[in-house]
Ligand binder design. Structure first.
Ligand SMILES: [Zn+2]
Length: 229
């Protein structure tokens, strides 16, 4: 569905790593009827890929037990083991992405069409591989600080990270903007960051500001960037 036929603006979210704090994040997103794409590492689980962020131990979710959690949102590729793709051989890159995509399809029943680069790391050789894997958009970590649609979807630049000091300024600018061209507000981050910084109220406030507008389409990344159903 091409949202541009009925709307001038779209909001979408992108959250990485499939961690325990996604449970609270999804609860807030669902409360406000907002849609997100979750970039998951199917080769990691509660006991693998654990690390410490400040004083907080970060655990990934055991995905087979959390299929329902993500219902209504999109699942995308983030590398099976969350390796830095720029440090892998061509064969390893292929496996890291392909195996993640296959496992996502097995678990969630839908072939993924997008991804986020682990650590935001990519290069031209990696980008060249993506279309062969069925990946049609890939998110970087470089802020665009604008709302224009982008043509290079395999080097997609989000509007900003949720911790960006301009987050609320940009959100209001987006909501108040008047433009003939379609406008996209794309926010990304990690749910554990809210837990670690004890600022879940920041996300709640953001969702409250952005939600409930009849002139804004709320969709996953593939709905907003690829106009998929
Ligand atoms: Zn990640």
């Amino acid at each position: 569905m091409d949202w541009r036929k009925s709307y001038k603006k779209a909001v979408t979210f992108s959250y990485d790593d499939g961690v325990e704090q996604d449970i609270r994040l999804v609860e807030i997103l669902n409360k406000y009827d907002l849609k997100c794409t979750f970039n998951l590492n199917t080769g990691l689980d509660y006991d693998h890929g654990t690390w410490k962020c400040g004083n907080l131990w970060i655990h990934r979710l055991n995905l087979p037990n959390n299929i329902e959690l993500y219902r209504g949102h999109e699942i995308a590729v983030h590398g099976r083991q969350h390796h830095n793709l720029t440090e892998l051989s061509p064969v390893e890159i292929q496996n890291e992405l392909y195996d993640d995509a296959v496992e996502i399809e097995r678990l969630f029943g839908i072939k993924p069409t997008g991804m986020a680069y682990p650590y935001g790391a990519y290069n031209d050789a990696i980008v060249d591989k993506l279309s062969g894997l069925g990946i049609k958009y890939a998110r970087t970590v470089e802020s665009s600080y604008n709302f224009d649609e982008q043509t290079d979807l395999l080097r997609y630049r989000p509007t900003c990270h949720h911790e960006d000091e301009r987050l609320f300024e940009l959100s209001y600018e987006f909501l108040n903007s008047v433009s003939d061209k379609p406008q996209v507000l794309y926010i990304w981050g990690h749910s554990y960051e809210f837990e670690s910084r004890k600022n879940w109220d920041r996300f709640e406030r953001l969702c409250s500001i952005l939600s409930g507008r009849d002139d804004v389409f709320y969709g996953t990344n593939s709905q907003v960037l690829l106009y998929m159903d």
